[in-house]
Design a binder for this molecule. Structure first.
Ligand code: PHE
Length: 344
């Protein structure tokens, strides 16, 4: 018996466990129902009375030692459920963490906002679900203008005198700015707009705009032209030229569409500018006096200009993307192309 006790004691001294599983195995081997120490206690019952005194103490000490050692090993290993899973290799490299990138439309919006901030413009935002008044009526759209038609506009509540609808342009934000801001006003309005269009490479039912508005005393068409020229040169390069073509919008008079010289072929003609040397980027004009008056601005004293551009269109020109749908399909292969544009 003495030898057996010494053997177990030596084993206990040597005992080293690396995992919680090994600790548990050792506990079962020593202290379990059929464990070595348990067996010694069984044997102890059969020894002579005078021997009992000799072994009783050492056996109890052995058991206590074994229990303490097992407890302390458990604690050192953390003892929790995670550590119990011996298959986890803690030195293994972690799963790669996919870093997101900014969407090309967000990149272009930020660039445009930064340019106009330098010119002293504030950023204004407004609701995407708007009423007819702010999207059409206050902007001088005649009652039966085709843009109000169900074919172009997504109505939220029809049949109401001032129905709710999804804004078709962010000019509605300019109306809200004129209603609430003190003059002079210099704002740009970036945002999402909605039109009931068939989805194709060149059109989508959701897209993004940045519109701008400047109202003050003595604002002239020359100011408009200069602002657009400066913007185009910041955006597309210092040699960029602009040209204005007469156009029509209900809320501006006179109105113009602006082309920039093609920054790819520099006016020689390529397939991006379809051989013309020019790329159309925005619509603009002098704010119609009716629009100023509708928002309570004295059109005799004040004048202003407005402009609006589609962000997807600018992004398409910038990165030569030929299909608008790429911007909405969340294809990682496309989005990852813009990784390098992340600003940290
Ligand atoms: N609101 C016009 C559009 O959605 C763009 C525009 C804004 C034109 C301001 C002229 C002046 O197409």
């Amino acid at each position: 018996m003495k030898q057996k006790i010494e053997k177990v004691l030596a084993e206990l001294e040597e005992l080293k466990c690396k995992t919680a599983k090994e600790v548990e195995e050792a506990r079962v081997r020593l202290l379990g129902k059929k464990g070595e120490i348990t067996a010694l206690f069984d044997e102890f019952r059969t020894v002579d009375k005078d021997m009992k005194r000799e072994f009783g103490k050492t056996l109890n000490e052995l058991k206590q030692k074994a229990q303490e050692k097992i407890e302390s090993m458990k604690e050192n290993l953390g003892g929790d459920a995670a550590a119990a899973d011996s298959s986890a290799d803690l030195s293994m490299p972690g799963d790669p963490f996919e870093l997101g990138s900014r969407h090309p439309v967000s990149i272009v919006r930020q660039e445009i906002v930064d340019i106009f901030r330098k010119f002293g413009y504030d950023v204004a935002e407004g609701p995407e679900v708007e009423d007819d008044y702010h999207v059409f009526e206050a902007l001088n759209f005649p009652p039966n203008h085709p843009a109000r038609d169900m074919q172009d506009t997504f109505f939220v509540s029809a049949g109401h005198p001032n129905p709710l609808l999804l804004r078709t342009h962010t000019s509605s934000v300019q109306v809200r700015a004129m209603e609430s801001m003190k003059l002079p006003i210099r704002v740009i309005c970036p945002g999402r707009v909605f039109r009931n269009e068939a989805i194709s490479a060149r059109a989508h039912c959701i897209f993004h705009q940045v519109e701008g508005l400047y109202v003050d005393e003595n604002v002239t068409f020359a100011d408009l032209k200069q602002a657009i020229l400066l913007f185009a040169r910041e955006m597309f390069g210092p040699d960029t030229e602009i040209r204005m073509r007469p156009s029509y919008f209900p809320f501006t008079e006179p109105s113009a569409e602006v082309d920039v010289s093609c920054n790819i072929c520099h006016g020689k003609g390529c397939n991006i500018c379809k051989g013309t040397g020019w790329l159309e980027i925005l619509g603009c004009g002098m704010v119609d006096p009716n629009v100023l008056e509708a928002s309570g601005i004295d059109s005799k004293k004040y004048s202003g200009f407005a402009f609006g551009m589609g962000l997807e269109r600018i992004a398409m020109l910038k990165w030569r993307v030929n299909d608008l749908r790429h911007y909405f399909e969340n294809d990682m292969r496309f989005l990852k192309e813009f990784n390098s544009s992340i600003e940290v």
